[in-house]
Design a protein around this ligand. Structure first.
Ligand code: 4AD
Ligand code: MG
Length: 462
């Protein structure tokens, strides 16, 4: 007899047969005649009810069947007499695979706050909330690959350890094997990285974009999807020190093509979740945020608003709302400004374009006015920036000028500049923060609750 996943049992119409289920006990209750065990195996939100008659299972024999223990149950799959479920398993044998001391097991029946669950991140996947979030996260990751595969993009694996700073923002975690106490030093006293493992300074990647551009200049349409790392102040509900980023890069795309792709891509991903994660989304909607499903549908059903940074600044300057940070042309927008545009002014996702060159990365294509670049940020309700992207500067001379102006070392990026030297072409791309997407789709409010083991300042416990 082979194990059946509980989700598959619950959708089965084939009753009165012997089944084997295995899972973790959520609750056990009952009386001296019969005991009911609610069992979950992660295959879905629902539990299966196991019925243990006292004749066969005196209560004493079930004392190790406690919340959190793991059991294997054989029995008959039958129609349920009780309310709340249509089928149940009438047990013929119950084997305890792993006990869980009720005094010590932290996930007892009473609801536990999300804050507390963060402190027991190793056990929180056993809760309904995290089971739902992790299944939705999986579905979205699958939908990303599915979307690109259907649209002729190739998945390229870019390195995690890199020798350069893709964003030129200096927010990198160093990778080194030199002894911290007494690293070798050069004559002028600085650390001698030529003696390090790679013979130079290396760091964890902040973005796979630059390598993605190289691949796009050969394969046409590519994407990366991997972990990225930023040693920035990530003590917010929207930042992680380690997050996953999806970065498509396309030859022959201009900024409008790039926006069209970003919009269609986001709408497809949300639609996929609505179609494939209905029960989990309904649970999150009912438990945490009654507007969740309506918000998701409004994103799939309405075109995004597109406008320039300059137009947005005009709107913000004439807004009645008092902002904490004043807005003026040239300043970077804060999340309060982004959310005003999305949630109050337009009440739909917004794509802002053509930002001042000073507040964007060196690789973005300069506009004709010489002041702005062909950047695009996609802003989402409740999230703020979910995507950052641009058309890239394809002219070698202009790129070299921008790099010099922004003090980006050209000698370290000689290989990147080669793409502009040999067969350069107009091209564009963007980066979607995967956790920000999962945050939006699940309606969770803290990014630490949508990745199994969040990394943020002073937290690398699990
Ligand atoms: O805007 P960013 O910094 O853009 C890039 O890294 C480009 N190289 C992308 C590209 O054009 N290929 O980051 C892109 C997205 C942001 O819009 C945000 O969703 C997410 O990555 N992101 C973070 N998510 C969680 N924690 C952080 N610390 C994040 N920093 C950026
Ligand atoms: Mg950005």
């Amino acid at each position: 007899l082979r194990r059946t996943r509980i989700q598959d049992l619950l959708t089965s119409t084939d009753l009165n047969r012997e089944v084997l289920v295995k899972g973790w006990v959520r609750t056990r209750r009952g009386n001296k005649y019969v005991q009911f065990i609610a069992l979950n195996d992660g295959s879905g939100l629902a539990t299966i009810q196991v019925v243990a008659d006292a004749e066969k299972f005196p209560e004493e024999s079930l004392k190790e069947v406690t919340t959190g223990s793991c059991v294997a149950v054989r029995g008959q799959l039958v129609a349920s007499q009780g309310k709340g479920q249509s089928i149940e398993v009438q047990a013929t044998s119950i084997e305890v695979l792993g006990t869980a001391d009720p005094e010590a097991y932290p996930l007892q029946k009473k609801a536990t706050s999300l804050e507390h669950l963060r402190e027991i991140a190793h056990l929180r996947p056993r809760t309904n909330t995290f089971g739902a979030v992790l299944r939705i996260r999986h579905a979205l990751a699958f939908a990303v690959h599915d979307y690109f595969n259907r649209h002729g993009f190739y998945y390229v694996h870019t390195p995690i350890i890199t020798g350069s700073d893709a964003e030129g923002a200096g927010q990198m975690f160093r990778v080194t094997t030199l002894p911290p106490e007494h690293p070798p030093r050069t004559e002028d006293g600085s650390v001698d990285y030529s003696q390090d493992f790679f013979g130079k300074q290396t760091n964890l990647t902040v973005s796979g974009q630059l390598e993605g551009e190289l691949a796009a200049m050969a394969l046409g349409q590519v994407y990366t999807f991997g972990p990225t790392f930023r040693a920035e102040n990530s003590n917010t509900a929207r930042h992680l020190a380690e997050f996953w980023m999806i970065e498509p890069e396309m030859a022959f795309y201009d900024l409008v093509d790039n926006m069209d792709l970003a919009e269609d891509f986001l709408q497809s991903l949300v639609r996929y979740a609505l179609e494939h994660c209905a029960a989990d989304l309904q649970f999150l909607n009912d438990t945490y945020d009654k507007e969740l499903l309506a918000r998701l549908r409004s994103v799939t059903d309405n075109a995004f608003q597109r406008l320039t940074y300059t137009e947005a600044v005009e709107i913000l300057k004439s807004a009645k709302k008092k902002f904490e940070f004043p807005v003026d042309w040239g300043t970077d927008l804060q999340s309060e400004h982004e959310r005003y545009l999305v949630e109050k002014h337009f009440q739909k996702p917004v794509i802002l374009t053509n930002y001042p060159k000073e507040i964007k990365a060196f690789y973005m294509k300069l506009d004709e006015d010489g002041r702005t670049v062909r950047a695009m940020d996609v802003l989402f309700p409740g999230i703020g920036e979910i995507i950052g992207g641009s058309q890239r500067e394809e002219s070698l001379a202009k790129l070299e000028t921008r790099m010099a102006e922004m003090h980006v070392p050209a000698d370290e990026l000689w290989w990147y500049l080669d793409t502009r030297r040999f067969g350069t072409a107009p091209h564009s791309g963007f980066g979607l923060g995967f956790e920000r997407l999962v945050l939006f789709v699940t309606g969770m409010t803290n990014i630490r609750d949508v990745i199994p083991f969040p990394r943020f300042p002073k937290n690398a416990e699990f």
